[in-house]
Design a protein around this ligand. Structure first.
Ligand code: ADP
Length: 360
């Protein structure tokens, strides 16, 4: 196993498109790091540069102690798993697993031992004689993982490996990859556009937008302390509510959205020098709840109620401003009803309305 380190790694494509602007981070030996962001943010380009499939335009890439900018993919000691698992259709599972090792001239005994070990780890023991067309999508993806596993690489690179699977299978394969990671103690870099996948799988997450790293941290730290409005809106479902207004202290601290429309913020901690200035306030759906009787609140109207079983998402409007709250299933308000709400002062996020940067 090995660490992977990027120092100011850039990618400029031939047409002048800057796909990655100076990325710097280190994936520790044995860590599972997720690269996440919307389509076109540069995550695949970043992974393909680490794999050696894409030339690096600037900066330094190291695997372990070795700078690998100029090292060919086959000599980087990595194995990659793609979305299109591309198994050889005329080969059995065993042959598919063994193929890469044969090509590299490993002795028969080593190949058999590694194929059997990978099949065991992935629960493919009964399927070694099957052809890919006789297997389900999940089983085929497992064989694709197995092909990476038998290589015993220093680093696993996974590019949206579960995107072709249905939601249920994706969930079980996610658990399997997490288990595999723990069992192997492997260094893994995993690319996805799916924020739920990123949150549930990553030990740490690199959030990207437009080729720029927005924030790197553990899933919960990103959720609780997003560095800017982009990260705040990207992670979490339903997304964080964002309200633009000015902070004022008159009759207690309030966020004033417009004349006659304000939200009491109780004892929220705010930077005094931002009073009166335009800010964006973020509040997650679980921190927006019906106000207790007698407590300060603000009046909303319920528009759409979405029960999802374990909880209910309530879409509301405050004036013309849309809001979503996340309530326990026993509270099922009616569409059209008035609902007095309050924000949790301990869980508010404030951003510079101009730059989107977190304020405190
Ligand atoms: P993601 O994986 O996050 O969807 P990519 O890394 O594929 O994003 O692409 C990042 C940016 O680089 C996009 O704007 C994309 O259009 C551009 N891009 C990707 N591949 C090429 C290429 N071969 N030539 C020119 N531009 C490219």
């Amino acid at each position: 196993m090995a660490s992977v380190r990027l120092d100011d790694v850039r990618k400029v494509y031939g047409n002048g498109q800057v796909a990655v602007h100076g990325a710097s981070f280190e994936v520790a030996d044995g860590e599972l790091m997720v690269l996440v962001g919307p389509s076109g943010c540069g995550k695949s380009t970043l992974l393909r540069m680490i794999a050696g499939l894409e030339e690096i335009s600037g900066g330094t890439l190291s695997i372990g102690d070795r700078v690998v900018n100029e090292v060919a993919p086959k000599d980087r000691d990595i194995a990659m798993v793609f979305q299109n698992y591309a198994l050889y259709p005329h080969m059995t599972v065993a042959e598919n697993l063994a193929f890469g090792l044969k090509l590299r001239g490993h002795p028969r005994a080593v190949i058999d031992q590694r194929v059997n070990a990978a099949a065991e780890t992935l629960g493919l023991g009964q399927m070694l004689d099957k052809l890919p067309r006789e297997m389900s999508g999940g089983q085929r993806q497992r064989v694709a993982l197995g092909r990476a596993l038998v290589r015993e690489p220093a680093v696993f690179l996974l590019d949206e490996p579960l995107s072709n699977l249905d939601a249920k299978l994706r969930h079980s394969m996610r658990t399997e990859i997490a288990r595999l990671h723990r069992q192997l103690g492997a260094t893994m870099i995993y690319v996805t556009h799916d924020q739920v996948e990123a949150m549930t799988l990553g030990q740490r997450i690199v959030v990207l937008k437009d080729g720029q790293i927005q924030q790197i941290d553990t899933p919960m730290a990103l959720y609780e302390h997003p560095a800017n409005l982009f990260v705040a809106g990207f992670l979490g479902s339903p997304a964080m509510n964002v309200l633009h207004g000015r902070l004022e202290r008159a009759d207690g601290l309030r966020l004033v959205l417009e004349a006659g429309l304000s939200i009491p913020l109780g004892d929220a901690r705010v930077g005094e020098d931002w009073l009166g200035k335009p800010v964006a306030m973020g509040v997650r759906p679980e921190h927006l709840q019906p106000a207790a009787p007698e407590a300060a609140g603000f009046d909303t109207r319920v528009e759409v109620v979405e029960p999802v079983g374990s909880e209910v998402f309530v879409n509301q409007v405050f004036g013309t401003h849309p809001l979503v709250s996340r309530l326990p299933p026993r509270q099922l308000p009616q569409a059209g009803a008035a609902l007095r709400m309050a924000v949790d002062p301990a869980h508010l996020h404030f951003f510079d309305a101009g730059t989107g940067r977190r304020l405190w």
